[in-house]
Design a protein around this ligand. Structure first.
Ligand code: M6R
Length: 366
């Protein structure tokens, strides 16, 4: 059943190239960015909406946060991401022209389902769910749907469900951008080509496992860890921190790197490993100066950078270079080493990787 892997989590991490390829299959078969991948009437709905609210819990919420960056920059549509248990109980201002997007691996998460029902009770009529379980309550409750094809995810820590959710959300941002005339034919072809290469790129990142294992050996017996990112990679830092705390029980926090000076820098000393996601994007120079602040306080840096990055390894800077800069796909690729880091830290500590203490796979009660 485990097909040679030691744990479901490891198996599911390594299944990602296949899961992504299958999730993309229908979208790529059209040869264009086709709204019907979200449902027969998606074109009308997606053309009519004037904002997007994305609602989810846990790892799925981190996917929502990445999507907010994508949707605003690619499609130019206002977008917010909300934790389901907050949205359902707060007094929000309904907008009948908003698209309510819910994201869930299981489709049975109580708060996410209740949040969607709550949104409808407020008069929202446009809904889309991105889900890995075709027959689930959430899918039945939604007007439009996109089914991720991760296959069954057994490990409590969400891995392939997350990267397939991200893929679905990037497709949503691109389709919305196209419907609004913000994507030229040449750009459309380039985006589709990049998506076609995604599974192979993830395969390349998986080859970094031995290097990540060395990081995990150094970090496994620390009490705390800090994860930093900016822009699209801030939610990925949050996901890396959640994975680490969930299965290795190391206290991990994520911050947008620009927030460092506003408090968390006080925690940094030689016992505080700091993991930074540092691709060659427009924010790299800003991030580098944040990392200097960490080094100046004796913090040990673990940096994920791109192949052609100018960043260099030093005694207090451990560097792993990902194969190539992937533009909009970069958050998907940077997720993978962080999953492996959490997995190997947990192995070092001997925790129950697939069934971490106190947690359930599906949270079907509040
Ligand atoms: O099934 P869902 O995607 O709705 O689940 C949401 C969260 O419970 C889930 O992502 C949780 O945070 C994971 N265990 C994180 O690895």
């Amino acid at each position: 059943e485990l097909g040679g892997y030691r744990h479901y989590m490891q198996k599911e991490i390594f299944e990602q190239p296949r899961a992504l390829a299958e999730t993309l299959e229908e979208a790529l078969s059209h040869g264009d960015l086709n709204p019907t991948i979200f449902g027969d009437h998606a074109s009308n709905v997606l053309s009519a909406i004037d904002s997007v609210t994305i609602i989810a819990c846990g790892t799925s919420y981190h996917a929502a946060m990445v999507a907010r960056y994508w949707i605003e920059s690619v499609a130019g549509i206002p977008c917010n991401a909300e934790v389901a248990s907050e949205y359902r109980y707060r007094d929000s201002v309904p907008n009948p022209n908003a698209l309510i997007v819910t994201i869930s691996q299981s489709g049975e998460t109580a708060d996410t389902l209740a949040a969607l029902k709550h949104a409808k009770s407020l008069g929202h009529v446009h809904s889309l769910s991105i889900c890995n379980a075709p027959e689930s309550a959430l899918v039945r409750e939604s007007g439009l749907r996109f089914l991720t094809r991760a296959g069954p995810e057994i490990g409590v820590a969400s891995t392939k469900a997350f990267t397939t959710q991200l893929t679905a959300l990037l497709l949503l941002a691109l389709v919305l951008g196209k419907l609004r005339g913000r994507i030229s034919a040449a750009q459309e072809t380039a985006h589709l080509d990049a998506l076609r290469h995604l599974p192979a790129m993830v395969n390349q990142v998986l080859l970094l496992e031995p290097q990540i294992e060395l990081w995990a050996e150094r970090m496994a017996f620390k009490q705390h860890a800090l994860f930093l990112g900016r822009g699209l990679h801030y939610p990925i830092a949050m996901e890396g921190a959640l994975k680490l705390k969930e299965i290795s029980y190391i206290h991990a926090e994520a911050y947008p790197a620009g927030e460092l000076k506003h408090g968390p820098l006080a925690l940094v000393d030689s016992d505080m490993p700091v993991v930074a996601i540092a691709p060659n994007d427009a924010l790299l120079e800003k991030l580098k100066s944040n990392l200097q602040e960490v080094r100046a306080r004796g913090g040990e840096l673990y940096v994920l950078a791109d192949q052609d990055s100018q960043m260099q390894a030093q005694e207090d800077v451990h560097l792993i270079k990902l194969p190539e800069h992937a533009g909009l796909l970069s958050p998907i690729l940077h997720t993978v080493p962080l999953q492996l880091l959490a997995y190997h830290a947990a192995l070092q500590k001997g925790t129950d990787v697939d069934k971490p203490r106190n947690l359930a796979k599906s949270v079907t009660v509040e």
